[in-house]
Ligand binder design. Sequence first.
Ligand code: ADP
Ligand code: MG
Length: 356
Amino acid sequence: MADVKLIDLKKSYGSVDIIKGVSLDIKHGEFVVFVGPSGCGKSTLLRMISGLEEISGGELHIDGKLVNEAQPREREIAMVFQSYAIFPHMTVRENIGFGLTIAGTPKAEKEQAVNEAARILQMEHLLDRKPGQLSGGQRQRVAIGRSIVRKPKVFLFDEPLSNLDAALRVDMRMEIGKLHKDLDATMIYVTHDQVEAMTLADKIVVLRAGEVMQVGSPLELYHNPANQFVAGFLGSPKMNFLEVDVKEAADGRVTVASPALEPVSIPHAVGRYAAGGRAILGVRPQFLHPGEFADRGHLHGRVSLVERLGTETVLNVDLTAGGRIVAALDGDHAFDLGHELLLGFEPERAHLFPPG
Ligand code: ADP
Ligand code: MG
């Protein structure tokens, strides 16, 4: 197992820059998740680490060694993809041992490694089956087993759960988390699923168009997003954003207002906000509550959609002053469409971002 260090890593295809200088320190045993919208370069970055994709600029170090030019197998990395790529004519045992077979590993050693992987993945009873007799989750486990037996320094996963149905995805997610603990392995995991990112990661790297937007623990990113992109990407339903005018900015508070919002004073570093300027106010749906709020920010509107999920009630509210916001209330609540209400938020829960 090993540290992985990226220094200003770049990738371009012809004149198109895909990865625009990514620097990262990944410690031995860390579980790092790359997350970002489709096409932002997650797979490309992972493939650059694996050696499947050439590096255009910068440095990649694995276990203290510069490996820009190293062949994939010299990097001692295992990669698990969304498509399992296991052989249908081979048994589970043969599939898991395949890498060791071609490496010419002695039979007894190979058997031991396969049995150990099967034990970790709880598939000992399936070793003699063919992939056709397995569920999707079991097939994915075979692919993971194949990477475990090679005792790689680093595991790379590229959306390994995307082909599975929702229930199985939750099970496999927990299994991968457990695998990480059992193996004490460095893992780099790509997903566009923010729940996978939040639950699995020690450290999340949010990417956008080939650039790192923020690196941090899941809750750091959730509570202190560095910018509007990260704020909007993590959390469900998505954070609400309202354009507001800055009325006053002094002493660690910024007072903002808009036609939809009475002036409210937000605790926030004054930074580049100044009276007369503009800002984006961000409030998560979970921090909006119906009721009267003389001392809080509040917004007036009418309910235009109600989603009753049992544990949560999601309201779409058309603001009287224009625009729409989403509120997520704890528990089950009935609302008529068109119901008029005030939604309040505590200023401490609000975020401010520079205008787009
Ligand atoms: P993600 O995994 O985040 O969805 P990818 O890493 O697959 O994104 O792709 C990032 C960008 O690189 C995309 O815009 C994609 O079109 C582009 N890209 C990927 N492979 C190639 C290639 N071989 N040639 C040109 N562009 C590519
Ligand atoms: Mg991808």
